[in-house]
Write a protein that binds this ligand. Sequence first.
Ligand code: TRP
Length: 337
Amino acid sequence: MSTTRVLTGITTTGIPHLGNYAGAIRPAIAASNNPNTESFLFLADYHALIKCQEPERVKESVRAIAATWLACGLDPERVTFYRQTDIPEITELTWVLTTVTAKGLMNRAHAYKAAVQENIDDDNADPDRGITMGLFSYPILMAADILMFNGGKIPVGKDQTQHIEMARDIAQRFNFLFGETFTLPEAVIEESGMILPGLDGRKMSKSYNNTIPLFEPEKKFRKLINKIKTNSLEPGEPKDPNDSALFDLYSAFADPAAINDMRQQYANGIAWGEMKQVLFELLNEELKEKRDLYNTLMDDPAQLDQILKQGAEKARDYAIPLMKEVRQKVGIGPIAG
Ligand code: TRP
């Protein structure tokens, strides 16, 4: 059977939370174990600079995200796991692609258009106020991330599909001008990715400030679980599992039989305090060992660097020859060559 090359990037901003784990990390690691796929997974730290200009936070986030994926079971022997900035060929390719990308294509990018719209809504005289060239042209960096490794299937959230289409457009343009070079990538939309509720019952998201960080120390983790919003129903009163953040969280981690049983316990009027205790136990069981491993890795940044360096070497085995080919095709290289 032929193998599919699956590639995806994680922008390194923030510290992973439970929603990231159930929605992205856990399914991606499971998928990476499929013998018919070859996975490339990288930390998009140049993308992070578009959103965050605080060096300490940028640094901390790369470290936490690398440690999280490894602690959650990513096998760096199976997966080519690397940091974008360790592959200088990616930024080199970005420039070459920039020279074949229509500005009009970038004008249509949702992220850019949304930023412009915000300025217009705020009655700003300059619709481009506060918008960097990084934000404007980052779909080209993303195209380079993908095309560099001839990524075929690109698992992304819905908000990113337009960028994959742009990468296709850019690849086609290059292929047309300089000959067949790049595979055209396809987005794989993660429909099955679970959406977890946060502390206030809305979708768990950094922008709502309602997250439960994945690897909080156990005591703090318990405290956060205890803070999850419930209603004022007393113990013994029947409760509705379809309107309960605690139940949704439970369902994302328990097996089907346990979920059914919990439905019954809701009907029987389980006390919120007890439900929180049960949920804590379940989550803690799933995360305990991973948390220990995470802490070990966080305390040993040299080991993280070493793992990422090995990943970068594997990635550069592809990137260096491809970049050489690209340079040749566009007419750059030794004058005598
Ligand atoms: N921009 C993507 C996001 O914010 C992350 C990303 C960067 C990416 N480069 C990529 C995803 C290449 C897939 C392929 O989610």
